[in-house]
Design a protein around this ligand. Sequence first.
Ligand code: BES
Ligand code: ZN
Length: 470
Amino acid sequence: MKKPVLKVALAASLTFSLFHAEAALAKPSEVVQAQPYKVFDQRIVNKVNADNMYNHIEHLSQVPRIAGTEAEKQAVEFIKSELESYGYKPEVQPFTFLGYTPPSAMELSVSELGGEWELQPFTYTVSGDVSGELVSAGLGTKEELADIEAKDKNALEGKIALIKRGEIAFSEKVLNAAHAGAVGVIIYNNEEGALNGTLGEANDSYVPAVALTKAEGEKLAAYIDNKQVTARLKVEGAVTEEKTSYNVSAVKEPTNRKKDTGDVIVVGAHHDSVEGAPGANDDASGTAMTLELARVLKNVPTDTKIRFITFGAEELGLVGSTHYVNNLSEEEINRIIANFNLDMVGSRDAGDLVMMTVDGEPNLVTELAQASSERLNGAPLPYEQGGRSDHVPFAEAGIPAALFIHSPTEEWYHTPEDTIDKISKEKLQDTAEIVGAAIYERARFDNMGPKPKKIKKEKNQAFYHNKEIR
Ligand code: BES
Ligand code: ZN
């Protein structure tokens, strides 16, 4: 992606006389505008070191860093001590969340009907060993259950409800059935393939809930039609418990207090990974880049505060970044002018660097990075609409925010193959230069642009969920 020719030209113009070498070639207006940028950018570019990032990713991606586990704690300690070694006094912000362990085993037996069922758990189902008559409960809507109960008040009391997918969220189906007295719920798909769903969040009112394929569900529905059939449903090992995860942050204060603009730039990444994935790219890469930018920017003169943060529990629903933003005062939120979110920024096998904003619109972050990439590589970065990461809570608070990611993403995303050998030093270097130069352009002395407009955004659940909820 990088154009080496430009770099050579840039280096040459710097070793030469800064203003005269190019003046002969360019129109005067271009010279005045273009030159100072290159000098400032070069302060960042010269310091960014891909080997540092690579080594940090290697260290972090030995094992998965699931939020709330010892491995996450180790990562947090590592990030903290790195920041300390650059001269920062990092802060660790703990927060709790309801951690969910999925079932270790499930079993369904339907009287007289032998055979195995392709059971899938719903995320957040509770454990249990329940038996009862298996009854069809349609789509499990309130209206449908009321109709069933109008004919027989105890139609679902102590029974296992067989419900078809569609119309309302899985969690609503389970709660409606439980409310009507059902002791277990089986939801079957309304399309081909396995139903891999979530109840969205933990709830004490749930009963054991599992999914079946369309074919299996229809077979069961036909079998119990006009017949009394007893079933036993066992869900084992599912646990919801309080766990602790952490955000780690370090602040680079403005160099001269008298010249403090009062503005804050937040640059960050998530340090946690998903179960089974060492998360070299997702998101040890962003974590390592946050560390490297913290190191690079430590001693450059700025009039703007820069806060470096690695978030915990992103993979569990942006929990750390949401906690962080929710704990800011109105005044603190107003001071944050930009959030640079680095998530999946080093994959050899992914596409080019893009930016994603929650509303798909440009903002201060995209503008700064478009300008820096234009200056460094001769091409502005594209941006598109996208949520799914820690910039979402910032954007929802009205803060200009963007995700930096290589797109299309690599095949290894969220797999055990997301390992250090797939990391590209070139991609790390290029991205860190663009982001670092963008931040510095705004944070350095004497560069106060107009305050960006803040727009309060409605919360949009769609940005959060990857698993299907209905
Ligand atoms: N790094 C991903 C986000 C991502 C992946 C964005 C691919 C764009 C393309 C992030 O860590 C993640 O996995 N997010 C979850 C959603 C989150 C709210 C749990 C996801 O997208 O599944
Ligand atoms: Zn990620």
